[in-house]
Design a protein around this ligand. Structure first.
Ligand code: ARG
Length: 601
């Protein structure tokens, strides 16, 4: 445990609490101070117990304690009386109010502001790790996460379900890293199955090497659509396709080399498109890479356990006992299927990575599928089976572009850019001042999509709405980018105040009189907690909400906490510093959400 006398703080020293780390979250110090008052007054309450009862307050209250939760003898009034007896304000607590079963604590404003800004600044620019680390923690140190997300199917459409997996997965990837985990990200492509037999069958008739090189994802999809139409009229097409896929499964080199070529071209294109979304994967794997060995072994083990029955040559697993239905594990022609590949794949990943946790970010439509294969792994007694976790999410309704339904990722990205571009052009004056409208509109458009996607609980369905997400008003992506740009521009607009002196030489006392400065400071101070909560819930929405609360607090401060018109340079510097710290934390929250914060727009 790191010492409590942290170098950044000029506050009096406090006793340590196991779950607190003031060197990463200065509000922990204030919470310890509150807990100490409680445990001193309310024996036998320990410091640790008291600490766990200190919650954020509602509306204008910094921290609140619900006395009954400590289960101490005596009525709340008596307990409150003991805490309040001979109350003296100190460096941490300015006042306490008693309201029924609650005690409300207000922090010492001057110290709160100074200490929060100090910590944000230090951990952003002088972090011991050398990287900006404000908001991060080391709870996952030494642990390894494998996370699978996006996982589109080659030659089929990239639908919004895949987009959600990509967005939520990228967030979780960043989040676990921010909490000290080693993270291996996988993109598990749907790169195996009869659809490749279909394409091979159709390629002679509809394929073009030239089109393939131009845009493999689109061309393979087009071929697949055409040959599927043929198949409806002519059953032989499907038989041909199945034969071709069987050759692939049997390791026929000519069949495989064609397939490999298609796959590679598609992956290269995906790498490009993901990078536009600010997403990258450590490993592109796929259903094709799952070996036969474990799929066979799994089937055998489940057979020995009496869970397999035969249905016209196909193998069926019966999970009715666990209310998970029946599922096919192997087709009559011996070829593998999605479910079996997931079982084999999980075992191989375990052997390769020995993870502490493995997350699958997959739509809730596949809840049953994931429960089934998680269950089978448990039945097979793998000690690590309970390390698997399914992070699911609801559906997106009505994702279409002006040209119709989007089937490719690059259509979605292009539509977001162009809708945003049109939006920006509506304000001609502003538009003409933008240096690189192409990039800006793309980034802001993508931000709009991401924010809309992460604004509510994952499990909720939502309706895709270009107008709403691309507006500069309301809680939208563009609004957040705008808030960040405006904060960034302060540096440019106030050259006479630059460079700012080191924190120890900035006098922040003038900020204490401003409730706006106080609101901003406490929000900034809460950011490390926002990150911790997100790790527990796997919900990006808490981070989105935080970003908007911060952006709103900043925009309410603009008019009273002016920098440019302030004649007193010391005051102006303190304010500027507050805004720059706000920019850094807003930027950190946006990056956590996989958004690239813009500097100009
Ligand atoms: N490719 C699949 C689909 O598009 C998603 C894969 C999810 N991951 C998994 N391990 N099953 O439906």
């Amino acid at each position: 445990k790191r010492g409590i006398n942290i170098m950044v703080s000029s506050l009096p020293s406090l006793p340590p609490v196991a779950t607190a780390d003031p060197s990463a979250c200065i509000l922990d110090a204030f919470r310890i101070a509150i807990a100490k008052r409680l445990s001193d007054a309310l024996s036998p309450l320990t410091l640790e117990q008291a600490y766990s009862g200190v919650d954020y307050g509602k509306k204008g209250v910094d921290f609140t304690v619900a006395l009954p939760r400590f289960r101490l003898p005596g009525k709340p009034d008596e307990l409150a009386g003991k805490v309040l007896a001979d109350f003296q304000p100190d460096d941490f607590v300015a006042s306490i109010t008693h309201d029924k079963a609650f005690l409300h604590f207000q922090l010492n404003t001057a110290n709160l502001i100074r200490e929060v800004l100090n910590q944000v600044h230090t951990l952003t620019y002088d972090s011991p790790t050398g990287k900006a680390s404000y908001g991060t923690n080391e709870s996952g140190k030494g642990k390894k996460l494998v996370i699978e997300y996006s996982s589109p199917n080659i030659a089929k459409s990239f639908h919004v379900g895949h987009l959600r997996s990509t967005i939520i997965g990228a967030f979780l990837d960043n989040l676990y890293k921010a909490c000290g985990w080693e993270v291996v990200s996988l993109n598990y492509l749907g790169d195996w199955g009869t659809q490749f037999g279909m394409i091979a069958t159709g390629f002679e008739k509809y394929g073009s090497q030239e089109e393939l090189k131009k845009d493999a994802i689109k061309h393979l999809y087009d071929v697949y659509v055409k040959v599927s139409q043929d198949a409806e009229a002519d059953p032989d097409v499907k038989i041909e396709a199945a034969k071709w896929f069987k050759r692939m499964e049997d390791g026929d080199e000519t069949a495989l080399s064609t397939w490999r070529f298609w796959r590679e071209l598609s992956v290269n294109r995906y790498i490009d498109e993901y990078s536009r979304l600010n997403v990258s994967f450590d490993v592109y794997t796929g259903e094709s890479e799952v070996g036969k060995e474990w799929q066979d072994k799994a089937l055998k083990r489940l057979e020995e356990m009496g869970l397999i029955s035969d249905a016209n040559g196909a193998k069926l697993v019966d999970l009715e006992k666990w209310k998970l239905g029946k599922a096919v594990l192997r087709k009559a022609d011996g070829t593998s299927i999605y479910l079996t590949r997931d079982i084999g794949g999980a075992i191989e990943r375990w052997e390769k990575y020995k993870f502490d946790k493995m997350i699958y970010v997959v739509a809730s439509q596949q809840d049953l599928h994931l429960s089934q294969f998680f269950k089978m792994l448990k039945l097979m007694d793998f000690s690590w089976a309970d390390r698997l976790e399914h992070v699911n999410y609801g559906m997106v309704l009505g994702m279409s572009t002006r040209k119709g339904t989007a089937v490719f990722l690059d259509q979605i990205i292009r539509e977001a850019s162009s809708v945003m571009h049109d939006q920006m052009r509506k304000n001609e004056e502003k538009y003409n001042a933008v240096e690189d409208p192409e990039t800006v509109s793309r980034e802001v458009g993508i931000t709009g999509i991401k924010i809309q996607d992460m604004a509510a609980k994952r499990i909720n369905n939502y309706t895709f709405n270009w107008d709403r997400m691309l507006s500069f008003e309301g809680d939208t992506g563009p609004y957040l980018q705008y808030a960040h740009v405006r904060l960034t521009s302060m540096e440019r607009k106030n050259p006479h105040l630059f460079p700012l002196p080191p924190p120890s030489q900035i006098d922040t006392s003038s900020l204490a009189a401003s409730s706006h400065a106080r609101d901003i400071a406490i929000l900034l101070g809460s950011y490390p907690d926002v990150v911790k909560v997100a790790l527990k819930t796997h919900e990006p929405s808490g981070v989105v909400t935080f970003a908007f609360r911060l952006a709103h607090a900043i925009s309410s401060a603009w008019e009273t906490l002016v920098v440019k018109g302030e004649a007193d340079d010391d005051k102006a510097r303190a304010r500027l510093w507050l805004y720059l710290c706000a920019r850094d934390v807003l930027g950190a929250a946006m990056r956590l959400l996989s958004i690239r914060p813009l500097e100009r727009m």
